[in-house]
Structure formats: C-alpha cells, structure tokens
Design a protein around this ligand. Structure first.
Ligand code: ZN
Length: 78
C-alpha cells in the first residue's frame, strides 16, 4: 500500500536548494531547511542561504538569456 502523502508538500531547502517532502515522520527537516541543512549552525546556514539565492538569480537570468537567444536564432537563423 502506498504511504499517504496528504498534508505533505514538496518544499525547496532555502540553504541548498534541494527539494524535500515536509513534514515526514521521523525526519528532522523543517519548513525551510532539509534534513541535511537543519543541522548546520544558523550563522553558517545564513551564508548558504545567501549563496543559494544568488544561484537562483543567476539561474533565472541564464534561463531568460537562453530564451532570448532561442528567440533570436529562431528569427534570424534561416
Ligand atoms: Zn538543504
């Protein structure tokens, strides 16, 4: 029988960006941090969160650049 997932949500760890289910019984993960990052000292985690948000921004910019490039090559590529 598959375990019930009602009430569980897929969350993204603020520190490492990992996707994790929350809440999971017996798992120490919190709403914002996965089980790996929940044990990291808060001041260190803060740095990780800062880096993680920068990585997210860079990924967004990269994606938008890729989209622009794809649109550009679609119109001028022939
Ligand atoms: Zn994490």
């Amino acid at each position: 029988m598959p375990p019930t997932t009602s009430g569980q949500r897929l969350r993204t760890c603020r520190a490492c960006g990992k996707k994790f289910e929350y809440p999971v019984k017996g798992n120490p993960a919190t709403r914002h941090h996965c089980e790996d990052c929940v044990i990291i000292p808060p001041e260190m985690r803060k740095t990780l969160e800062r880096l993680s948000s920068r990585v997210n921004q860079v990924e967004l910019q990269l994606r938008s650049l890729e989209a622009k490039l794809a649109a550009l090559t679609a119109t001028t590529g022939k």
